[in-house]
Design a protein around this ligand. Structure first.
Ligand SMILES: Nc1ncnc2c1ncn2[C@@H]1O[C@H](COP(=O)(O)OP(=O)(O)O)[C@@H](O)[C@H]1O
Ligand SMILES: [Mg+2]
Length: 557
């Protein structure tokens, strides 16, 4: 899913500012700009000194925070890391400022940039209003065992998505109650029904997925948050952030006591491009293009443009960039099923839009989606793959004996099941009762993608009580999920040129690619990773509001 960030403006020189609860380094063009952002006098700014552990500067919580992802049996290495981290934190402010400065220069030079929300045209006109992408200054610690576990799951999930996608009846039945109350899911299901009616076969099937996990601190279990099957963003940028962190550790690793080789290689962008090329090759029309379906306004456009440039320069394949409305205007189907857009045959339709109701402001956009689905072009994703990625299907797959319908290998089933958090339908009255009593232990999720839609805390209780009172079918729009509590750890966020120390939690996304043509599986691979990190006090609403940053991982043993 695209993560939406709230952007500020880009800046270029530096100072240190503080608020009541947090401290920031602010890179700005003038002190006026600094005081605009943080109404703190320059004298106050200069008086701030780090103690021996500067990451604790904003401490609302305990000084003895657990390290990220600590695990039984790895105490030794954690202590070692903690010592080195403590050394990092104890270094003087000048070094930190230098690192932030270098990170921002690196981001600008390598195109790790996004549109600045405060500049109106930045989401539409390339080059207007750019700011570095929000990042964590240093990679987060992550246990190697859990990293390997997440990587091992990729090929099994890829296969699972493919098999579930072929069971049209399962998809329709599982979502039948949702269909009645959720207009968006209902429209997707209508397209899916039409494809079933005409017995449309997708022989070449392409999935570019991202499975997101959190490490539950108490149980030490790697638990899946969700499996994204449409518009998995930041493949290109995740590579850049890993590279940025490697370069920073190459430069400052010795003084920090960190080794850049502990950041796993991450070639997500190149791998995604290569798989798209393979799908294009299978389609077998050398004059056809790859079409990227985009939103009309997109601040994360550079992640997408990286991919287009990659396809053109490394693989000599032309891409088209079109909105759903443009596809409606310019698209047509030839009698043999070829999709023509603006007169060009399309081999692969790659969606970076179309996952949220706002992408379909009128019937025209739905018409465009149907047109593409009817065509012979390879869709990434097809309507079936899209539906497999819904929260409801995630919850259905977690029911007893459902995985067994789709997978044969018992070990694979056990591996997948191990990463499932508790997932329930609102039909389950016992769970609804529990959630009303202890709402903080649950997350309530509608069938939506893209962040900012879930319900947390006391709102869970209120919503459930309301649904019970009204006694209507609206409850089918939601699922309940066990709330995962990852370890909270100190980190440094760099956002809008401001270095901000806070406590954080992280989510690890593993990119996966699956391509098959009839019976032949051509690709079933892991393709790099994306860590996103947000302040621990924020629910996902914080991500939409801009609290989440791009991150990479530093493996611990
Ligand atoms: N079970 C959970 N426990 C804790 N946080 C969660 C849980 N599920 C989701 N979240 C938080 O909410 C965010 C959005 O939820 P997600 O299921 O990924 O939906 P979306 O499709 O909108 O990205 C996640 O990135 C995560 O930060
Ligand atoms: Mg998500």
């Amino acid at each position: 899913m695209e993560l939406k960030f709230d952007m500020g403006s880009a800046h270029s020189s530096c100072s240190l500012v503080t608020t009541s609860s947090t401290k920031h380094f602010c890179f700005s063009q003038s002190s006026i700009c600094v005081s605009k952002l943080h109404p703190t006098s320059q004298n106050q700014i200069r008086s701030i000194k780090f103690t021996s552990h500067p990451f604790h500067c904003c401490c609302s919580s305990s000084q003895h925070l657990p390290l990220r992802c600590n695990q039984v049996g790895e105490f030794e290495s954690q202590v070692k890391s903690l010592k080195t981290m403590a050394d990092i934190h104890g270094i003087d402010q000048e070094l930190l400022k230098k690192m932030v400065y270098d990170a921002l220069v690196w981001s600008s030079l390598h195109g790790l940039v996004v549109g600045d929300k405060s500049v109106k045209r930045s989401g539409k006109v390339p080059g207007v209003g750019l700011v570095h992408a929000p990042i964590a200054l240093l990679p987060g610690l992550f246990p190697e065992t859990h990293w390997k576990q997440a990587c091992e799951l990729v090929s099994i999930f890829n296969e699972l998505v493919d098999r579930v996608s072929l069971d049209g009846k399962f998809l329709q039945e599982s979502l039948s109650r949702t269909k009645k109350v959720d207009a968006f899911t209902s429209r997707l299901l209508d397209i899916h029904s039409k494809m079933l009616q005409i017995d449309k076969k997708e022989e070449i099937r392409l999935g570019l997925h991202r499975s997101d996990y959190m490490l539950d601190e108490k149980t030490k279990l790697l638990l899946q948050v969700e499996l994204n099957t449409i518009s998995c963003s930041f493949a290109e940028f995740s590579h850049l952030v890993s590279q940025l962190h490697s370069d920073l550790l190459g430069q400052y690793g010795e003084v920090l006591g960190l080794d850049s080789r502990m950041i796993p290689e991450n070639h997500a962008g190149n791998q995604y491009a290569e798989v798209l090329v393979k799908a294009w090759t299978e389609y077998n029309n050398p004059s056809a293009v790859i079409m990227i379906v985009v939103q009309a306004e997109e601040r994360n456009m550079y992640d997408q443009h990286c991919l287009s440039v990659n396809l053109r320069k490394r693989h000599y394949i032309k891409t088209l960039r079109k909105t759903l409305a443009e596809i409606d205007r310019e698209g047509e189907l030839q009698s043999d099923g070829t999709l023509l857009v603006d007169g060009q045959a399309v081999a692969v339709v790659y969606y970076r839009a179309g996952y949220t109701p706002t992408d379909y402001p009128s019937e025209l956009e739905w018409k465009a989606r149907l047109l593409m689905e009817q065509s012979s072009a390879v869709k990434c994703p097809s309507i079936s793959y899209h539906l497999v990625g819904t929260k409801k299907i995630q919850q259905e797959l977690a029911q007893p004996n459902v995985l067994e319908r789709f997978l044969d290998n018992k070990e694979d089933i056990a591996k997948i099941r191990k990463c499932f958090a508790g997932l329930w339908s609102l039909d389950d009255k016992d769970i609804v009762k529990k959630a009303i009593e202890a709402p903080d232990l649950f997350v309530m999720k509608p069938q939506r993608e893209g962040g900012g839609n879930n319900i947390y805390g006391d709102d869970v209780r209120k919503t459930l009580v309301r649904l019970q009172k009204e006694g209507n079918v609206e409850d089918a729009a939601y699922i309940l999920m066990q709330r995962i509590f990852p370890s909270v750890y100190p980190t440094i966020f760099v956002r809008d040129g401001i270095c901000h120390k806070d406590h954080a939690i992280s989510e690890l996304g593993i990119f996966g690619a699956y391509l098959r043509n009839k019976d032949k599986v051509i690709v079933n691979d892991q393709c790099g990773y994306l860590m996103t990190t947000k302040v621990s006090s924020s629910n996902e609403g914080g991500v939409a509001a801009g609290f989440a940053v791009l991150d990479s991982i530093y493996l611990t043993n």
